[in-house]
Ligand binder design. Structure first.
Ligand code: CP
Length: 315
């Protein structure tokens, strides 16, 4: 992968994806070999929205590479609360760190950050836009179970606001996956995402119900209805709880069906699914460590081709 930043899954070729996933496999097999790889470097965590997995797994991944991390903290305790712009915020923070992980409620925020700073920027979610590092760990999880060729995947839930869906769907076009999208009419894929998928020649089909296609699937990727993104809470309550699965739903599923979820879940996957052989969402979350180690390693290698170590202080 010869990229400065990771902003969107659409920037990743099949070769880019496979290179990061191969490195993630190597990291998982021999973490000690990567332990001091980036000693002296600093990762900045800039989260303008809540996060458990992404923030903590990047923090952990960086430390497992020998890095230190600095965290902007909650928006309310940062100078963002005084009205500082995103542009000024990231330009300041790039002087404190060698790479920056950004989550922000506005689509396009990571693109703007990437234009303003020279250190690598990872988009850790920009509104209802993209979440490409999640996609890499999703693909790692799928590859471990099924490989990435000849894949048939069903993606169910909030396809309109679900940024993990938008990133994953784009990346899967690199592998010519058969993609089925299951949602209520009001939460279908955004027109722009559907247009981009069609532009790549992707074969996508949209459905109201899971049941007719369940037996075709290798992977069922379930998502939360993104309550926080609905302009009208009544609209959320109209669709909340419509797309739920439990162990009974999966009774006739293929034996090797992999059930995934980017988490957090609310009620879309019942706890009894956790006890089935299909459940893979906790491993999926744990795969954030080797995958984000591999991603940071790759971006920092690209940014420092001569292997110089540590932050240049006071640029
Ligand atoms: N999957 C994911 O992005 O989780 P967090 O919101 O907890 O980071």
């Amino acid at each position: 992968m010869r990229q400065d930043h990771l902003i969107t899954a659409t920037q990743l070729s099949r070769d880019d994806i496979e290179a990061v996933l191969d490195r993630a496999r190597a990291v998982a097999d021999d973490p000690a070999a990567y332990a001091d790889r980036h000693a002296g470097r600093v990762l900045a965590l800039c989260f303008f929205e809540p996060s458990t997995r992404t923030r903590m797994s990047f923090d952990s991944a960086a430390k497992r590479l020998g890095m230190n991390t600095i965290d902007m903290g909650d928006v309310d305790s940062s100078s963002v609360s005084k009205g500082e712009s995103l542009s000024d915020t990231v330009r300041v923070i790039e002087g404190y760190a060698d790479a920056l992980v950004l989550r922000h409620p506005s689509e396009g925020a990571a693109t703007l950050a990437g234009e303003r700073v020279d250190v690598p920027v990872v988009n850790a979610g920009d509104g209802a836009g993209q979440h490409p590092s999640q996609t890499l760990l999703d693909l790692h999880t799928i590859r471990e179970d099924h490989g990435l060729d000849d894949l048939t995947i069903g993606v169910m839930g909030d396809l309109k606001y679900g940024r993990t869906v938008h990133s994953l769907a784009a990346a899967l076009t690199e592998f010519d996956a058969n993609q089925h999208f299951i949602s209520p009419e009001s939460l279908r894929l955004p027109r722009s995402v559907r247009f981009d998928l069609h532009e790549t020649g992707a074969q996508i089909r949209e459905h109201d119900d899971l049941e007719p296609i369940l037996d075709e699937l290798d992977v069922l990727y379930v998502t939360r209805i993104q309550k926080e993104r609905f302009p009208d809470e009544n609209e959320y309550h109209r669709v909340a709880g419509e797309y739920q699965i439990d162990a009974e739903t999966l009774a006739d599923a293929p034996d090797d069906l992999t059930v995934m979820h980017p988490l957090p879940r609310v009620d879309e996957i019942a706890p009894d699914v956790d006890e089935t052989d299909h459940a893979r969402y906790f491993e999926q979350a744990h795969n954030g460590i080797p995958v984000r180690m591999a991603l940071l390693d790759t971006l920092l290698e690209n940014a420092n081709p001569d292997g110089d170590e540590g932050t240049e202080v006071g640029r």
